[in-house]
Design a protein around this ligand. Structure first.
Ligand code: HEC
Length: 118
């Protein structure tokens, strides 16, 4: 058992716990609970998930494999935005992705960020 009666009166401890919570937990919770489900819904809405899955290759590469390939590349998000908009082939194989010109930049930003977070 934790000595709760002692922790209660130890403000230094409380402050450290609060800082750890803010730094350690708040951003992943925000990402996982807010950004990811929205992006996933958008990917479904725009038909991305008929060719892509998060973990397995379907017609297009798995989002996990895409994230892995571009993990070290700082301009990956801009590059993938361009690729998704314009489509084409040659990076993963001979099968082409159709162009996706009907997606707003804001939606595309959410989707590519989500893809890269796999
Ligand atoms: C008809 C099937 C199809 C659809 C629909 C599709 N893709 Fe693709 N996607 C592909 C194929 C095939 C590739 C591989 C292209 C290549 O080898 O260059 C690909 C590649 C990608 C890549 C990696 C590009 C690169 O240069 O590495 C991303 C990111 C991606 N797709 C995201 C999306 C998103 C987001 C959507 C929805 C807006 C989408 N795709 C819709 C088939 C599809």
């Amino acid at each position: 058992m934790l000595p709760i009666h002692r922790l209660k009166h130890n403000h230094k401890y409380t402050r450290i716990i609060c800082i750890a919570w803010v730094v350690g937990f708040s951003s992943p919770i925000t990402y996982a609970e807010e950004v990811a489900p929205v992006a996933q819904r958008l990917a479904k809405k725009y038909g991305c998930l008929s060719c892509h899955s998060e973990t397995k290759k379907i017609i297009g590469p798995a989002f996990r494999d895409i994230a892995e390939k571009y993990r070290q590349i700082p301009t990956a998000q801009e590059y993938l935005t361009f690729r998704v908009k314009n489509g084409g082939s040659g990076v993963w194989g001979v099968v082409a992705m159709p162009a996706n010109k009907n997606i707003s930049d804001a939606d595309l930003e959410k989707i590519t960020r989500w893809v890269l977070n796999h």
